[in-house]
Design a protein around this ligand. Structure first.
Ligand SMILES: *[C@@H]1O[C@H](CO)[C@@H](O)[C@H](O)[C@H]1NC(C)=O
Ligand SMILES: *[C@@H]1O[C@H](CO)[C@@H](O)[C@H](O)[C@H]1NC(C)=O
Ligand SMILES: *[C@@H]1O[C@H](CO)[C@@H](O)[C@H](O)[C@H]1NC(C)=O
Length: 372
């Protein structure tokens, strides 16, 4: 594949009219949009104001390139609605080579990030790896694992990681402790990566993903789940209006073929466009890399109430819809409506193992193969 795209994570701004009333512009705290002066201090100061506010507050990062060496924005805060609006670009140091995060938001309950470009400067690594280079440029050979991490507090903890380098996940959501539900929203993002565009780990609950362009990458994934024996379930997930271009997967649920107490329920996949995607719709419950520790076992993760509606486009392989569910815990309540996936000039095919579901309305191409 010819790819000259710089390796960046980019989000477009929703609307400045959504700015909350108390707004702290980082420029007022000394940040300079010159791409050279470290804006970590000014951003931290603006954050401190928003965090101490007793009413909803926002941090505003205007148009321009702001160099950020390393940033940790900490709570707990005095309000549970802090928004960070980014019109500009945050750039990492060249050759940033730690496995630790670049930007972290920690111990905050109720934070949203809108817009902006997070440029991890992965271009050199990206182009070198694509050229199958073995001696990639110094400072670019180590990937940045957690450029942006959001860890909320409260009874429910989420960890959200945005990764801009290849061979790493773009956005990973997982709950770090048991407890009540919280919410993670990801909207209007362009994600180009070498792994999942968004991955939802155990405990991901009340997640809303909308308006994402994914590719290159491995798609939007729930999982892998079930690597450890006991895990919190995944529920109430909406993935809406995602365009997948040349990705390995589109909408995926993936679990290890091992006993587990976890589950996936109430997932809505809506309005996706697939452009030459290898596995546009896939549930894979037989994940067992290298056939180590799980051959002949089956997944304990119970998958139910998963609907796919308005999914259109092209598959890069003949089987566009694959439900490979667990023999011991068959998937049930899987719904398909208005699905039209083609393979070349022909309708694509579907594959079903251990799955019960229904086609509720509209056309479904390829026709479903649900057991009755
Ligand atoms: C929360 O508000 C109180 C009272 O206004 C203030 O003393 C405290 O510093 C604030 N907390 C934070 C984290 O800013
Ligand atoms: C499901 O999640 C959405 C946010 O993604 C939230 O607004 C809604 O209240 C949740 N529904 C339930 C029943 O918890
Ligand atoms: C499915 O999509 C293809 C390609 O866009 C189109 O030609 C075909 O008419 C569609 N099938 C139905 C049944 O709508």
């Amino acid at each position: 594949m010819a790819r000259s795209t710089p390796f960046i994570f980019l989000i477009t701004l929703i609307s400045s009219s959504t700015l909350a009333k108390a707004t702290y512009n980082i420029v007022d705290f000394g940040a300079q949009p010159d791409g050279l002066t470290d804006s970590s201090g000014p951003i931290t100061s603006a954050w401190a104001k928003a965090c101490s506010s007793v009413r909803p507050a926002s941090v505003y990062i205007p148009v321009g390139t702001f160099y950020v060496s390393r940033l940790t924005l900490k709570g707990p805060c005095n309000n549970t609605d802090i928004r960070i609006y980014i019109h500009g670009t945050l750039v990492a140091p060249v050759g940033y080579n730690t496995d630790d995060r670049w930007i972290g938001i920690q111990f905050v309950d109720g934070v949203s990030v809108y817009g902006g470009v997070f440029d991890g400067r992965g271009q050199r690594l990206w182009s070198c790896k694509l050229a199958a280079g073995y001696s990639c440029p110094l400072g670019a050979t180590v990937s940045l694992k957690n450029p942006l991490q959001i860890l909320t507090i409260g009874p429910m903890d989420y960890e959200l990681t945005i990764c801009v380098y290849m061979f790493a996940q773009s956005i990973a959501i997982s709950r770090s402790r048991m407890g009540e539900a919280d919410q993670v929203t990801i909207t209007g993002s362009y994600i180009r990566t070498g792994d999942d565009c968004v991955s939802m780990g155990p405990g991901s609950t009340n997640v809303w993903i909308e308006g994402i362009h994914c590719g290159p990458g491995h798609g939007v994934s729930i999982g892998s789940l079930g690597s450890t024996a006991q895990e919190p379930g995944v529920q109430n997930v909406t993935v809406k209006s995602v365009v997948f271009t040349g990705t390995q997967n589109g909408l995926r649920i993936k679990t290890w073929a091992k006993p587990n107490t976890g589950f996936v329920q109430r997932v809505n996949f809506q309005n996706a466009i697939m452009r030459n995607v290898q596995n546009p719709i896939i549930i894979d419950q037989s994940y067992c890399p290298g056939a180590i520790n799980c051959p002949t076992q089956s997944s304990g993760i119970r998958i139910s109430q998963v609907t796919y509606s308005n999914i259109q486009g092209s598959s890069a392989t003949p089987v566009a819809v694959k439900f490979d569910c667990s023999p011991s815990n068959p998937c049930n309540g899987i719904g398909l409506q208005n699905v039209n996936l083609t393979y070349g000039r022909t309708p694509a095919q579907s594959l079903c193992r251990n799955v019960a579901g229904s086609t509720t309305s509209g056309i479904v191409v390829p026709p479903s193969c649900f057991g009755t």
